[in-house]
Write a protein that binds this ligand. Sequence first.
Ligand code: SF4
Length: 92
Amino acid sequence: MFGYNVKQIAQGWAKKMLKQGEELYKSRIVICKQCPLYNNNPTLFKEVCDASRCVDPETLKPSNNDNAVCGCGCELSAALRLENKECVLNKW
Ligand code: SF4
């Protein structure tokens, strides 16, 4: 359901290169920056929904419980431009 397949990755990067979906990106990244799964990683990609971080979906505190939700691993400056992209925490 929250998978981000190769076709979607290509579409996201194409939109980024063509500067499409800017408003959608801007409206979502504001929310992502407040999220505990957001990671600004200067070594690889700039902004990611960090797959190495998991939180309790109710408290948003770090968790390894069965119901914990982990980041999708998406590079956000591309992924957030896709209309059909879903946030793993349903924040937008
Ligand atoms: S869980 Fe949602 S709001 Fe949080 S960083 Fe990932 S995509 Fe953004």
